[in-house]
Design a protein around this ligand. Sequence first.
Ligand SMILES: Cc1cc2nc3c(=O)[nH]c(=O)nc-3n(C[C@H](O)[C@H](O)[C@H](O)COP(=O)(O)O)c2cc1C
Length: 188
Amino acid sequence: MLKITILYGAIREGRLSIRAARAIDKALRDSGKADVTFIDVKDYDLPLMENRLKDMKDPLPDVVKVGKMIEDADGLIFVTPEYNNSYSGPLKNTVDYYTKEWGKKPIGIVCGSNGKQGGINASNLLQLLVLAIGAFPMPRKLLVPELDKSLDEEGKPLNETMANNLDKFVKEYLWFAEAIVNQKKKDQ
Ligand SMILES: Cc1cc2nc3c(=O)[nH]c(=O)nc-3n(C[C@H](O)[C@H](O)[C@H](O)COP(=O)(O)O)c2cc1C
């Protein structure tokens, strides 16, 4: 089983992108190939980052806890809404705390918006962020346009295109993550 952590980075009351995070969570669990951990940044005390965890003298317990969850994961999926053509501030704030925890991890990108473009701008910038932290962004991304029409509150796809895109993304992510994990095992 792959240990996959979902990092969901919106904290707005009434956030619709939680639907995308729930969709990916369920699809990964249903695959039978992943142990899934869900980090909802709203549930953790992660104040505006002043220093990276490695440089903190007395880090907050949640900063340490989230770092351990990232470190323990074989791979991660970042889920974010598009805000002002980019990913969310809380997601970036969380990412910036950590360094070696990200090392060579396979990262899938899921973006959503309530417009027609499904967070394409955020997704492109998020790939660059993943490169900056020394991890591997999967080329295929999952974009969720019109969040309230594409997924129900539990994350169930409401049309065939959404269902197909979710299925393709999860299958490809599992392939991608497994390939990287297997290579790391050979290196040990
Ligand atoms: C600060 C802010 C900026 C936004 N900027 C964009 C944007 O650049 N492009 C877009 O398609 N939607 C944008 N939206 C709308 C979001 O797509 C919409 O809120 C959607 O429901 C996803 O965000 P949520 O998870 O916070 O609900 C923005 C929303 C907020 C709150």
